[in-house]
Write a protein that binds this ligand. Structure first.
Ligand code: HEC
Ligand code: HEC
Length: 349
């Protein structure tokens, strides 16, 4: 916290002279993907999305103005940071790997690897005060925003507040959540274009697709589609995919979902994230333990490590060398970076 945090806000507190005429934001749902949940509760406005976008890219949310949300969720890295664990303020690191923010608006059963935040607006409260991330306190952030030359007017335009004193963490995170709901991907992937008949898979991509979805009885079932289900290639659910060896469910280094539900059988379970853009978001898993997709496929092919709650679909797959490569060729068809062409998605600074 800086020394001047408790000083009165400069200038007039009154914002009511600034016009409040919010315009609906037309959100483009990727071709082949479903409508978003929760859209009627908090309709997107151009002004809300713009405010959220500024907050997402602005290090003002961190203690020493060094870290923005985008530091760990970089649009050029499919909104991850390509690190196993991310440095926050002062270089301290946590024990979990950054997740893509693309398509998170589709998660209706919790955000984070363990699902501890119910909605995007609840999620966005946490990084600010997390000591290994932005290490700031919300009251201090709110003071900085109130004193800022531009933010008070932006809050007025987005939410119709009448005075600077109405700027709150609830409104800030509501705006961030609006911005996150435009971060969508998948419709321009080779996979979706192939479904629309705009192009054809090559032989490797086709075989990988058939392994993934268990289409062809003559080749093994790779079981992927159960947990990374089409068309979103993810699940609103938590599983133990067998990456850890434990003798008892109480031995997981990271308790995952179990740490949130308190249910012993949930220990070591994590969310099955989307596989869109997976080729761009190495390293993999909640702790970034696998450096490459080859390592991921070796893991699944091996059947993983035994634990009482390891999912039944994690079993020895018996894929040969070529089939493993085909599966990766299919995963590569899930890349879609066309969101980078939407100027609203990129940094305003
Ligand atoms: C220092 C790096 C860092 C910063 C800064 C950061 N995040 Fe994250 N983010 C992470 C990590 C690591 C996770 C996974 C944490 C976990 O599961 O416990 C995550 C998870 C998320 C998720 C959940 C995605 C999902 O699929 O469930 C969202 C959404 C998100 N962050 C948005 C934000 C927003 C918004 C901000 C800024 C207010 C922010 N992050 C700041 C590292 C960071
Ligand atoms: C039983 C459900 C289940 C099945 C089946 C499954 N996965 Fe997963 N997958 C998960 C879960 C859960 C995670 C996250 C685990 C963690 O981080 O601890 C995950 C993570 C991944 C990741 C890393 C994601 C990231 O952002 O780091 C990749 C890649 C992946 N799976 C690919 C596959 C492929 C390919 C298959 C088929 C061979 C497959 N999965 C089968 C549940 C499953």
């Amino acid at each position: 916290m800086s020394a001047c945090d408790d000083e009165p806000v400069n200038g007039s507190d009154d914002l009511s002279q600034i016009p409040y005429i919010p315009e609906a934001y037309i959100n483009t749902i990727p071709n082949g993907l479903p409508q978003l949940p929760f859209t009627t509760e908090d309709p997107l406005t151009k002004e809300g999305v713009q405010l959220g976008r500024h907050l997402f890219y602005d290090p003002i949310l961190s203690l020493d103005s060094t870290i923005a949300c985008a530091s760990c969720h970089d649009p050029r890295k499919a909104f991850t940071d390509n690190l196993a664990v991310s440095p926050g303020v002062g270089g301290t690191v946590g024990n979990r790997s950054s997740m893509t923010v693309l398509n998170t608006a589709y998660f209706y059963k919790g955000l984070f690897w363990d699902g501890r935040a119910a909605f995007l607006k609840d999620q966005a409260l946490q990084p600010v005060e997390n000591p290994v991330e932005m290490h700031e306190m919300w009251p201090a952030v709110i003071n900085k925003l109130k004193r800022h030359p531009n933010y008070p007017a932006m809050f007025r335009k987005a939410f119709g507040i009448n005075s600077k004193s109405e700027i709150s963490k609830e409104l800030a995170t509501k705006a961030i959540a609006q911005f996150e709901r435009i971060l969508l991907t998948g419709g321009n992937s080779i996979y979706q274009k192939q479904i629309r008949g705009e192009l054809f898979f090559d032989a490797d991509q086709q075989e990988g697709h058939d392994l993934y979805f268990n289409i062809d009885v003559l080749i093994p079932d790779a079981e992927c589609f159960h947990c990374h289900a089409a068309p979103l290639m993810m699940a609103n659910d938590y599983f133990n995919n067998g990456i850890d060896t434990v003798t008892s469910l109480d031995d997981f280094k990271d308790t995952g979902r179990g740490g949130i539900t308190g249910v012993r059988f949930d220990k070591g379970k994590f969310k099955a994230p989307t596989l869109y853009n997976i080729a761009l978001t190495a390293p993999y898993m909640h702790d970034g333990r696998f450096k490459t997709l080859e390592e991921v496929i070796e893991h699944y092919n091996s059947g993983g490590h035994f634990a009482e709650n390891k999912d039944g679909f994690i079993r020895k797959l018996g894929l040969n060398r070529r089939q493993k490569q085909s599966l990766i060729a299919f995963l590569n068809t899930l890349t879609d970076t066309s969101y980078l062409q939407n100027p609203d998605v990129l940094s305003p600074f």
